[in-house]
Design a protein around this ligand. Structure first.
Ligand code: AMP
Length: 122
């Protein structure tokens, strides 16, 4: 699956986003439906559909998502307080946009585990 997603439109500026950071490889912008006081997404500028598509060839690019997250955390001043990076994968992971993205959540103690339900198995 290599269909265009809404994130391609953000990359090419067809639709607006509140962009926090950009370099040749990645783009970071605020999540439109924030789940924490600070919640933004870091995406690669080329589409990798899901975490299952991360491989030896694109591993360096995926690493750049974390590099950008750490840079932004320092710039925005929440690096020392802490934050959470999450990448959801496919249906059970809660993925809704099929272009990998690192959720970066911060701004309060986030708690763990992140789910409320009683554990169940398939
Ligand atoms: P996921 O469910 O892990 O695939 O995350 C997709 C995220 O993209 C959700 O947190 C959405 O709120 C966010 N999102 C969807 N459309 C936009 C948009 N146009 N601008 C910013 N964030 C968006």
């Amino acid at each position: 699956m290599t269909n265009e997603t809404i994130f391609d439109k953000i990359i090419d500026r067809t639709i607006p986003a509140d962009i926090l950071y950009e370099d040749d490889y990645v783009l970071a912008f605020k999540d439109i439906n924030p789940q924490a006081p600070i919640h933004f997404l870091v995406i690669p500028k080329i589409q990798i559909v899901t975490a299952n598509d991360i491989n030896d060839q694109n591993a360096e690019l995926v690493g750049k998502l974390y590099v950008a997250a750490a840079k932004i955390a320092k710039q925005m001043g929440f690096a020392d307080d802490g934050y959470r990076c999450v990448m959801n994968c496919n249906n059970d992971g809660g993925q809704t946009v099929y272009h990998i993205h690192l959720h970066v959540l911060a701004g309060k103690p986030l708690g763990w585990p992140p789910y409320q339900e009683t554990l169940k198995t398939h």
